[in-house]
Write a protein that binds this ligand. Sequence first.
Ligand code: SF4
Length: 365
Amino acid sequence: MEGVDEVDTENLPRVALPMATIYDEEAVEVLRKQAAVQPHTLKRFRNVLFKQAAGLEEALEILPVEQQAGFREGLQAEVLTLHEARVSEIDGAEKLIFRTVDDHLIETVILKPESGRTAVCISSQVGCACYCSFCATGLMGFSRNLSVAEILDQVRWVNRRIKTEGRSVRNVVFMGMGEPLLNQAAVFEAVERLVDPAWFNLSGSHVTVSTVGIAPGMRAFTERLPTCRLALSLHSARQSVRERIIPQARKYPLSVLKEVLEKAETRGTVMIEYILLKDLTDRPEDLTALVDFLGDLPVHLNLIPFNSFIGSNLEGTSYANCTIFCNKLKNKGLKVTLRHSLGVDIMAACGQLVQHKLKIDKNID
Ligand code: SF4
């Protein structure tokens, strides 16, 4: 089964960074003790770095002058390097491409809806081992997991970038490159830091981890992070169709996912993502299967128009037909939203820009 069993993504060696970072709790604690910095001073140092999104030099000013050198020499602030930024002329969405220390490219997308609630869509892996047919990242294959520092640095980078606009990140969604629940250890730790008052201090209901349905990871997530949100990329409630577009569906069939969702019932609203593909997920039988599958589950359904990309042979449902599909579901009593695609002109959907750039780099475009 391509992309399902070959790679044990949880047990791969982690990337080694040249020096300790501001995200490395143990290294920072060692420095604190060496420099005899008081715990409450370290707390203020972290507040400046992570809540006020200031640079390392500004944060160092919190420390007594004689204690600054050890921290300056022992820690690096940024883990990722900005390689390219594209800004949508339509809606202001920004796609950032970061370069990792070992020369991989990953994507982060900043969404700026009219509500003013800035959201950032972050990556959890370089590429992905799941090979979903509607996803540009799926065509790239899997390289490696991102570390906790690389995951969190995307959020800090964005906060620093949008600070001058008077904005800060309100929502974080793990919907960029990679399957977060196949990099569970790092993703769970990163989520804990995002909601920790001593770190990023976001509300749990504003942090969403999206999965194509890795059932053991979903169970672990609802156990360990009950205040945070889970999104299931369902995309079809018909097993045969789902297997066609999501190879992982063979390993975790709809019956298993339904059981997980029923048990997650008391842990807040689960988001269900459903991509509308012409003649594949938008037919009357797809709608009936979807209504049957969701039944009385306390979920919110997001319908997603499909953004086509190079290498894909799938076609999106027209916007008019998306609206009809949405209204029919509403008439069945489901809580459903038809999403508007932000950043269409900058290839904002997962993996599109990196995949496009890699093709150009290899001269096969
Ligand atoms: S949709 Fe998610 S899980 Fe599927 S290939 Fe893309 S990144 Fe991986």
